[in-house]
Write a protein that binds this ligand. Structure first.
Ligand code: UDP
Length: 397
């Protein structure tokens, strides 16, 4: 499996990967997160765990469980860390601790290296039996809500190191080593492999899209941070200047995100009775469908207000699309304004660049090519694995 990447990354890079993996082959490694499907962390682990095994590593992946109350608490943590303010459910910290204990009693934690993804399972560190623990933080913690941050920080400081996605998230109040490792996409997954035009057309047609007319696409969970209402408003502005413009906002549920339904309903309301706005809720693992929407898009939006990294940006850039992204979190690592896409700060900006992209096909083609190259050089899963393995080697000394 791993050797298939040689044609994309070259012989030297692949050799480096194999060599570093050899050094880790005697360690047992565990990844822990809070959902098997839905969202970027699950997307990465679904691809990375089999690839790491293929490299000869002894890797497991466990998902913590919780009830609705627990996931309401962790979503409130997530929102308040990213927004800088927040409202927590009653007894939030007690609920959080209770489920850490339950999960610690069910998940074997006797591994040599444990990588904990995001705040939901962060508190498992209290039950460390042995080994080195790495906190992999995928979200924006540059301006966190102090009560939540102070609660989590005490736990983070018991880890051996921490990984963040962009320098903008670095913390000078955490006294453990911090590594900056942006996430990645898998170029050989069903979601990212080239697919025939006929397949794209068949899938878009099935979901009611007219493939003869221009299409704006945003792929995102229904989450306020992804600004679905702003997407609709930008689309409506752009539509006044582009005949026949259509919008597909494609989302799917995530078991650790209880807010999806509420946000979906508000988005439906904002869309009103515009027949050219398609709000789609696809089941998890709809990778071919997501690929088809990204490939078939005339332009891709990722109008996030807050974003950890935004895998959807790299996914669309890899497909040579012009991506218009919110200037936040990890999006500016991917989009260099005017060169690999466009960065925007508001609804009018997004509408402006939708129109600009569609009215200037030559510029858009060049940007799409730059975008593909930028992802190839920086945001592929092979680089990501190499850097994770380097941190694992660092913590094990
Ligand atoms: N995704 C998907 N189906 C959907 C919506 C999203 O498969 O309906 C995928 C998307 O292609 C990407 C991941 O979920 O791989 C979302 O990751 P991202 O970093 O963009 O955002 P997150 O959800 O982690 O905030």
């Amino acid at each position: 499996m791993i050797e298939k990447y040689e044609k994309i990354i070259g012989e030297d890079e692949l050799y480096g990967l194999v060599k570093i993996a050899e050094k880790l082959k005697d360690f047992s490694i565990l990844h822990v997160n809070s959902t098997r499907a839905g969202g970027g962390v699950a997307e990465i682990l679904n691809r990375m765990v089999p690839l790491m095994r293929d490299l000869g590593l002894n890797v497991d992946w466990k998902v913590i469980r919780g009830d609705n109350e627990f996931f309401r608490v962790t979503k409130s943590f997530h929102n308040s860390l990213q927004n800088g303010y927040g409202e927590l459910p009653p007894n939030a910290f007690e609920t959080y601790e209770k489920w850490q204990e339950i999960n610690a009693s069910e998940i074997p934690l006797d591994y040599d290296i444990i990588m904990i993804h995001d705040p939901q399972p962060l508190g498992l560190i209290k039950f460390r039996k042995k080994g080195k623990w790495i906190f992999r933080c995928h979200i924006d913690i540059s301006n966190p809500y102090a009560p939540v941050w102070e609660f989590l920080k005490k736990k983070i400081e018991n880890y051996d190191s921490m990984i963040i996605s962009t320098p903008a998230f670095a913390r000078d109040d955490v006294n453990i080593p911090q590594f900056i490792i942006p996430p990645s996409i898998d170029p050989l997954s069903i979601k990212n492999q080239p697919i025939p035009e006929i397949t794209v057309k068949r899938i878009l047609y099935k979901y009611g899209i007219d493939t003869e007319r221009p299409l704006v696409v945003q792929i995102s969970r229904f989450d306020y941070a992804k600004d679905p209402i702003g997407v609709i408003k930008s689309f409506k502005l752009a539509k006044e200047h582009i005949d026949g413009l259509q919008l597909a906002y494609v989302g799917s549920p995530a078991t650790d995100d209880p807010e999806g339904e509420e946000v979906y309903e508000k988005t439906v309301k904002e869309a009103g009775d515009d027949k050219d706005i398609h709000l789609l809720m696809l089941p998890p693992y709809s990778d071919l469908e997501i690929n088809a929407f990204q490939t078939g898009a005339s332009v891709v939006l990722q109008k996030s207000i807050k974003e950890g990294f935004g895998l959807t940006v790299s996914e669309a850039m890899w497909k040579k699309k012009v991506v218009i992204g919110g200037r936040t979190g990890g999006i500016p690592l991917q989009i260099i304004h005017g060169i690999t896409g466009y960065l925007v700060d508001n609804i009018e900006g997004a509408a402006h660049y939708i129109i600009h992209t569609l009215k200037n096909p030559e510029i858009s083609q060049k940007i799409g090519e730059n975008a593909h190259e930028h992802v190839k050089n920086n945001f592929l899963i092979t680089r990501h694995m190499r850097e994770y393995m380097s941190v694992m080697l660092y913590v094990t000394g």
